[in-house]
Design a protein around this ligand. Structure first.
Ligand SMILES: [Zn+2]
Length: 143
């Protein structure tokens, strides 16, 4: 089992030493709002264990991760009133396996894939409200 990495921002979030707005948490996975969102509701979904790439995970764990990310994506669809939620496992920004879940809108200015130069300025209070709505929606809907 990979050990937590001391120099990993996402491991810090798992440890609770770098507070973020949490939208989903269970024993093995964590979803939180990205502090530099490409769109409102941009969520990072990660395994709590440190893996460099999603492709380093056991295949069953990766399957579970996507099953659980689906719950978050479904909630994002409802909360942000869009069917278009992309999932991207890029992985260059932070060296800890993650799935970006980004609600998309016809007029959001991104291309087919998000433009990393387009970031949204969202006040902390609004981020907290987004997280609250997403958590409620996840709790409200069956697995
Ligand atoms: Zn990590």
């Amino acid at each position: 089992m990979p050990e937590p990495s001391p120099n990993c921002v996402f491991c810090d979030i798992v440890r609770g030493t770098n507070p973020h707005e949490i939208v989903y948490e269970d024993a093995e996975y964590l979803g939180f709002l990205d502090r530099y969102p490409l769109n409102p509701g941009h969520t990072q979904f990660i395994p709590k264990r440190h893996y460099r790439w999603v492709w380093d995970m056991e295949k069953a764990d990766l399957g579970f991760m996507f099953m659980k990310a689906r719950r978050v994506a479904k909630a994002l669809q409802t909360v942000f009133k869009t069917d278009w939620v992309i999932a991207d496992t890029g992985g260059i920004g932070v060296p800890h396996a993650h799935i970006h879940l980004v609600p998309r809108f016809e007029d959001d200015g991104h291309g087919e894939l998000p433009d990393p130069k387009i970031l949204r300025e969202i006040p902390d209070s609004e981020m907290a409200e987004f997280a609250r709505k997403i958590r409620l929606e996840i709790e409200r809907t069956p697995q």
